[in-house]
Design a protein around this ligand. Structure first.
Ligand SMILES: C[S@@+](CC[C@H](N)C(=O)[O-])C[C@H]1O[C@@H](n2cnc3c(N)ncnc32)[C@H](O)[C@@H]1O
Length: 233
């Protein structure tokens, strides 16, 4: 098993419990992103750490431009091929975000990614987000893991989502499989970043962003947190 989360995510993995989970998960992420647009059409959106982005076509239809950004090269190649016909979608590597003009993005959406970033990478990402945000633009960071996170909460969240979406048997089987999985070994070795609310707001502030915790987490896991930030005045 090779070393970093970025490498982990570029290999086939068993994080999702199967096709039904994958589809339901990315449908929910797309619904949350569309909800975050607040009914405005034509916004320029950066989906940072987009993953498989199965419903990106539906999201793109509500935007002026959708940048799908992920560190995994194999995944980017698949996304670029899949969405080649969708002129509003651009697939981009994190290293290429510097090529986008300052103030050229209205919404930076980072769903379930900051837990895989070390502090330097998080600071780098926040600095990039700040530079890209247009006046009045927003950064939304979801799935921030609190420092008092309990595995039992993650299990409850998964089982509740599975039950609502008709894949409970697969979720139960996957909990057993996860115990022996690459993900568990990576998590034990590389860890997942966790923050309490005040610490995350301070990190945002240090990057020139004024942020606060949202009333609920966007996505599958109600025990994690979402923060919304804007460029500090
Ligand atoms: C848990 S998945 C989240 C996918 C999707 N955003 C969602 O909400 O389901 C994390 C994604 O972040 C990507 N990632 C990890 N480190 C990254 C980095 N430094 N920059 C950009 N993407 C990264 C991984 O390749 C993976 O696709």
């Amino acid at each position: 098993m090779s070393g970093t989360w970025a490498e982990f995510w570029d290999r086939p993995n068993s994080v999702y419990c199967g096709e039904r989970h994958l589809i339901a998960h990315f449908r929910l992420v797309a619904d949350e992103l569309i909800g975050a647009l607040g009914g405005q059409t034509g916004l320029r959106v950066l989906d940072y750490g987009c993953g498989e982005a199965l419903d990106a076509g539906r999201v793109a239809g509500m935007t002026g431009r959708l940048h799908l950004c992920d560190s995994a090269p194999g995944l980017r190649a698949r996304l670029a091929a899949k969405f080649a016909h969708e002129k509003r979608i651009a697939v981009i590597a994190p290293e290429a975000l510097g090529d986008l003009a300052e103030g050229s993005v209205d919404l930076v959406f980072a769903s379930s990614v900051v837990q895989y970033l070390d502090r330097a990478a998080l600071d780098g990402f926040l600095g990039t987000a700040r530079r890209l945000l247009a006046a009045g633009g927003r950064l939304i960071v979801t799935d921030v893991i609190p420092t008092d996170n309990r595995i039992v909460d993650d299990v409850r969240a998964l089982l509740a989502f599975a039950s609502r979406n008709g894949f409970l048997p697969a979720a139960l089987a996957s909990l057993v499989a996860t115990f022996f999985s690459d993900y568990r070994r990576m998590r034990a070795r590389a860890g997942l970043a966790a923050y309490d609310d005040a610490a995350f707001v301070s990190i945002l502030a240090a990057a020139g962003l004024s942020g606060e915790r949202a009333p609920r987490n966007l996505g599958e896991n109600p025990y994690r947190r979402t923060f919304v930030a804007r460029k500090a005045a």
